[in-house]
Structures are given as C-alpha cells and as structure tokens.
Design a protein around this ligand. Structure first.
Ligand code: ATP
Length: 216
C-alpha cells in the first residue's frame, strides 16, 4: 500500500506517543490519548488505524505493545534503516553524531565529503571521499541519504546520490530539490521554518492571537 507522507508522519508521531505512554506505565490506550499526544483528532487516529486494519476494542482501547509493533512493521522499522550523509559540515556533522536516531532503528553508517580534511576512514562512523559513495551505497544496499552540502552543490550531489541508487533524500541544503519518478526528496529549510515561526510570533504580538503554523 502506498501511504502519503502526512499519514506516515502521523504514524511516526503515534509511535513516539505510544513509547512515551508505555514509559508512563500505560498498557492500553484509546484513540483520544493518541490524538492528544500526536496533535490530531481522535477520528483521524481511528481513520489511520482502520486504513491499516488495526482494530481496537471500543471499551478496552488498543494494546500499547501490539500497537507499537504493528506501527513499526508498517513503517518498516523492525529492520534497521541504514542512512548515509553527504556533506559533513556543521549540520552533517551534528547529524552524524546524533545518538537519538538509534532508538528508532535508524543508523547513520557513513558520511561523505569532498574536503580531504574531513575524511576519517577509521572512525566509528567513517567519513569517506564522495568518490566512494556509489560503491559504498551499492555494497551496503542503502536507500536513504541526508544531503547537507552548500546550496550551489546540492543539485549536482543529489544526482550523484540518485545515480548510486538512493531512493529517499532528506535535503538540508537551502534549495528546493525535486524528486524523480521513483525518488522522494524531503526538503528541510531551517531558515524558512524559523522565518515562518518568527512571522507568526510577530503577528501574534500585534493581534494577540497566535495562529497555527502547522497544517495537518
Ligand atoms: P553547514 O551548511 O552544514 O552548516 P558548513 O557551513 O560547515 O556546513 P558548508 O560550506 O555548508 O559548510 O559545507 C558543508 C559540507 O559540504 C562541507 O564539509 C563541505 O566540504 C561539503 N561539500 C561541499 N561541496 C560538496 C560536494 N560537492 N560534495 C560533497 N560534499 C561537499
């Protein structure tokens, strides 16, 4: 089944909410608990779950453990997801060393750069020359990559990534890249996100009303 990105994002939020609820000792939850935690309506939660054949019991709710496993299966997280990073500058380096991905089964396995001063072949997460990207990705069957090079290099580097077999790119370069037929590109422009927030905060300062920034 092909899911749209918003639906996948919601499933990911449900899973994180479930993990929090589990840590708090919850064994069962209701759609309302998840709706609050994930910032959506209860009917949206039920709609998403019925789409995947997840059924709860109206009185008893959903079993937390079963739900976490089912969502993991749907998101493909029961398998470890290997991810590479191209461009090990400030952002790339921070992501390369971020430990928080591991809990979600995501492993950053290598970084790539064109600056020889950045290479660290024997580090726990090696940083390798971009020339080795294609062979590394193919040998390790990697499908997802993070792009964190300057904007002028982003398009060219995305083509190298796609040619090597990467199917999903998380792009931090401040330039909108378009996916190809079988490649998804998610553009994260931190400056635009901040500008967006600043705009709404300033607008709220004038009107006293804080409008929602996020669309579901
Ligand atoms: P950031 O943008 O992450 O804050 P920065 O300001 O430290 O990083 P940038 O100039 O944005 O540095 O470059 C990010 C990284 O991308 C650097 O390590 C740079 O060597 C690398 N880089 C630049 N061009 C390419 C390219 N064509 N292929 C791979 N890596 C590249």
């Amino acid at each position: 089944m092909i899911m749209n990105r918003k639906c996948i994002l919601r499933l990911s939020r449900y899973k994180n909410a479930l993990k929090r609820l589990k840590a708090l000792g919850f064994v069962k939850v209701f759609s309302g608990n998840l709706a609050d935690a994930a910032g959506v309506t209860s009917s949206q939660v039920r709609k998403d779950f019925s789409l995947f054949g997840i059924t709860g019991n109206r009185r008893g709710g959903y079993k937390v453990d079963e739900l976490i496993n089912r969502i993991r299966e749907i998101l493909g997280k029961n398998e470890i997801q290997k991810v590479v990073i191209v461009g090990v500058g400030n952002i790339g380096n921070a992501l390369l060393h971020y430990k928080g991905f591991e809990a979600g089964g995501i492993h950053i396995v290598a970084g790539f750069d064109i600056d020889p001063a950045k290479y660290q072949r024997h580090a726990e997460v090696p940083i390798l020359p971009l020339d080795e990207f294609q062979s590394f990705v193919q040998e390790n069957d990697i499908k997802v990559g993070i792009l964190a090079v300057p904007d002028v290099a982003a398009h060219h580097v995305s083509e190298i990534m796609i040619a090597a077999g990467i199917k999903g790119i998380l792009n931090f370069a401040p330039i909108q890249l378009r996916g190809a037929e079988d490649v998804i590109i998610s553009n994260i422009n931190l400056e635009v996100e901040l500008e967006n927030l600043i705009y709404f905060i300033n607008a709220a300062g004038k009107t006293g009303v804080l409008s929602p920034v996020e669309d579901e």
